[in-house]
Design a protein around this ligand. Structure first.
Ligand code: ZN
Length: 137
């Protein structure tokens, strides 16, 4: 049987200033970000940090229309989403829609860190934005 939502892949944190927050998380983890990546289609600039087997993604907006800019405006800095690793994102999207969840993008899109991603609307998940991600092989 297909294993679903295998583990938390990373936690996304919305930040106002990526440079400033990179320094904070460098101090916190005693190590620099292992990756910086811009996802222009999403209007985000990201940094990835590792804490043992766990990953933290910092997200800053690259333009005022970015979903991150809107999030910061509404809620301020803080946890933005929880991402789960899935084996087959297309199957997961279909399953979750069937279960009544609101999927923000029916077709998986290319996200940061070599992943195909899809998001579930927080309205359908008790206020938490959930990201599904499947590694691109
Ligand atoms: Zn993410």
């Amino acid at each position: 049987m297909l294993r679903i939502m295998r583990k938390i892949e990373h936690i996304g944190i919305a930040v106002k200033d990526l440079e400033v927050s990179n320094l904070v998380f460098e101090k916190l983890f005693g190590a620099s970000a292992y990756k910086h990546e811009e996802v222009e289609s999403e209007g985000v600039s990201t940094s990835f940090f590792k804490s043992g087997p766990n990953k933290i993604e910092l997200l800053a907006a690259t333009n005022p229309e970015s979903p991150i800019a809107k999030f910061l405006e509404k809620k301020g800095e803080g946890i933005h989403h929880i991402a789960f690793d899935v084996e087959d994102i297309t199957a997961e999207i279909a399953r979750l829609k069937e279960e009544g969840f609101i999927v923000l993008n029916d077709v998986p899109k290319k996200g940061a860190d070599n992943k195909l991603v899809a998001f579930l609307h927080p309205k359908s998940t008790n206020g938490v934005l959930i990201e599904l991600c499947q590694e691109i092989k």
